[in-house]
Structure formats: structure tokens, C-alpha cells
Design a protein around this ligand. Structure first.
Ligand code: ASP
Length: 332
């Protein structure tokens, strides 16, 4: 039987990195050695056992440097790959783990392709003793080729676990089990004998979304204000002065800032800035209570601040109407 065809776009990150030696587990970026997609596939020839993998060249970036231009390029690249390869079963994107969840959610809101798109990274560089790069990549390719992975939005595969882009967050700097979905857990597992799914996310995701970035030159500016005891709102006023169209408040759980921060956020609302209340807790819904309503704040549901920022930026490309934006946070 012929193997499924899967495209592999490498954007850099630890999965693409080569350290000084097998025991260089954490300081590997100092070597500056980062592989393109074709070199990663050559280093892990086991990838060819599970699929016919097409290496797609892209520039190598440490993922803290990834943002809007890359997301736009990735959306375009995925569309091109599907248009050029009618037999493509799925797409895997290798990515640094630092911002992997943000790229995954952004793509899950904006891609227009029906094939599964899977993001994969690694906690240990490809050259390390006991690296997770090779197995994570093989598993991501298997998931991308799996017909059951269709219709689940963008997926994230590391450490044998399959996660929904909307739900997953990096929770630990260096531990292997870093990617967790705090409220609801993994969607399934990549085991040797099967790609096993146990549930489907029900929030709307690619390709069935209203966000089309094809004609967009830039995302509306949305900033995140992190709450801490004693916070005085100086950062919030700086965001307003910088022209923010939205501010996500990463507030104390269950979802509020200090009195001074709240005052600054209310000034933002008065200035026409959309204020989205989220929490720094890492899990759980923000409740839209009387005071938040009275202040004109919207709530981020259970999205982390960094994901609420992406949805708010995309929402602002469609509307300024607060209730329409709030509805999008219920749907996506
Ligand atoms: N520094 C890396 C990055 O590009 C970390 C990683 O890939 O795990 O995000």
C-alpha cells in the first residue's frame, strides 16, 4: 500500500536545533546550528516509515521571534501546498515551543484548508541524548495523516499526546510533559499501534471560521496587561497611548485587577478600546458579573491571555461591536 503524503514545514526551534554534544540539553541555542526541514527529515529517517514526507523550506526562527508576518506566511503556505498536492493527507509544522500554542491557535482561527494541520516541537534538541524530537515528529506525521484528525481544528502533538490548539499551553520550561490542557486534558494519544482519539473539541475552528486574513496587512494592536498586587495601571495607560484597539487584562482569578488597574481599564473603555478580562490563573472561565458588565468589560471565557489576545485581534478585523465580539468568545 502506498504511504500517505504529508508536508513538513520547518520553522526552527529546539526540534531543529543541534547542540554542542549529546549532553547539551539546554544551552544548544549558543551553537547557532538550526536545521531546515529537509535536514531534520534526514536526521530522523524513521519519518519515511510512516509517510511520504515532503520537506517544505521556510526560514528558521527561534519561536519568541514569531508573529504576524510568519502566521500570514504559514496560512499562505498551507493553502499553496493543498492547492499543489491534491493527494496531500495533512501538514506538519515544526515550531519552537515558546510560542507554539499561539501559532497553533492563530492558525486554528484562520486556516482555510480541510486537511489536518499539526504543530510539533521538542523539549530537547535533535542532537541530545534522549531527544524527543524524532518521536514527536513521527507521531505528528502519523496524526496529520490520520483521517480522524480532520475537523478538529489545528492540533498539537508532543510527548505522545494530541491536544487541541485552543486548549493547550506550555506549562513547564524544560520538562517533557510541558504541554497541558488544564481544563479538559488531551484529545488523544499517539501510541505505537494506533492514533487514538477520545473526544472532539466543539468550539468552531479552521477551516470553518469567519476570519480571512488574505487581504490583511497587519493585525489590530492588542496588548496584555498582567495584574499583580500593587499594580498601578501605568502599563495600561501606555497601551492606550500606543494606540491599542484592545487590551486583554490578565487579572487575578476569578477575573479582576487592582482598583488602580480597573480605573485605567475603565479609561480605556471610555477611549473606545475593547477591554477583555481574562485571568492569570491558567485555567477556568471568567464569569461576566454585574460589575464587569457595568464597566463595559468583555470576558475571555477560559482562554489564556495570550490566546484571548489573538481572538480579540481577529475579532477586531470584523467588528467593533462589543456584544458581537463577546459572542465570538462564546463560539471560538
Ligand atoms: N527556544 C526555543 C523556541 O524556539 C524553545 C523550544 O523550541 O522549545 O521556542
Amino acid at each position: 500500500m502506498s504511504k500517505p503524503k504529508v508536508a513538513f514545514i520547518g520553522t526552527g526551534g529546539t526540534i531543529a536545533s543541534i547542540g554542542a554534544g549529546p549532553l547539551d540539553i539546554q544551552d544548544y541555542s549558543a551553537t547557532g546550528k538550526v536545521m531546515q526541514a529537509d535536514a531534520i527529515l534526514e536526521r530522523f529517517p524513521e519519518t519515511a516509515l510512516v509517510a511520504d514526507v515532503l520537506a517544505v523550506p521556510y526560514r528558521n526562527i527561534a519561536s519568541p521571534g514569531i508573529g504576524w508576518p510568519d502566521w500570514k506566511a504559514l496560512v499562505e503556505t498551507c493553502a499553496r501546498l493543498v492547492a499543489e498536492h491534491a493527494d496531500l493527507a495533512g501538514i506538519v509544522i515544526g515550531h519552537g515551543t515558546a510560542t507554539l500554542e499561539e501559532t497553533a491557535y492563530f492558525l486554528s482561527l484562520t486556516l482555510k484548508v480541510a486537511v489536518p494541520v499539526v504543530l510539533v516541537g521538542a523539549q530537547r534538541p535533535s542532537s541530545a541524548l534522549s531527544t524527543d524530537a524524532g518521536l514527536n515528529l513521527v507521531n505528528a506525521i502519523r496524526v496529520a495523516a490520520s483521517p480522524e484528525a480532520r475537523g478538529l481544528g489545528v492540533l498539537v502533538v508532543l510527548n505522545d499526546e494530541i491536544h487541541a490548539a485552543r486548549e493547550v499551553t506550555k506549562t513547564s520550561t524544560s520538562r517533557m510533559q510541558t504541554f497541558r490542557a488544564a481544563d479538559f486534558g488531551a484529545l488523544g494519544h499517539a501510541d505505537s499501534d494506533a492514533i487514538a482519539f477520545y473526544r472532539r473539541p466543539i468550539r468552531r475552528a479552521a477551516p470553518d471560521t469567519e476570519f480571512d486574513i488574505a487581504g490583511l496587512d497587519a493585525l489590530p494592536r492588542v496588548d496584555i496587561a498582567y495584574s499583580y498586587a500593587g499594580g498601578d495601571g501605568v502599563a495600561i495607560r501606555a497601551f492606550i497611548a500606543a494606540g491599542a484597539r484592545g487590551i486583554v487584562s490578565a487579572g487575578f482569578a476569578p477575573g479582576l485587577g487592582t482598583p488602580a488597574e480597573t480605573e485605567a481599564l475603565r479609561e480605556a473603555v471610555a477611549a473606545g478600546v475593547t477591554v477583555m478580562q481574562s485571568t492569570r490563573a491558567g485555567s477556568g472561565r471568567v464569569y461576566r458579573g454585574t460589575r464587569l458588565r457595568d464597566w463595559g468589560f468583555l470576558v475571555a471565557d477560559n482562554l489564556t491571555p495570550q490566546k484571548a489576545r489573538l481572538l480579540l485581534a481577529l475579532a477586531l478585523t470584523r467588528t467593533d461591536d462589543p456584544e458581537a465580539i463577546q459572542e465570538m468568545f462564546r463560539v471560538y
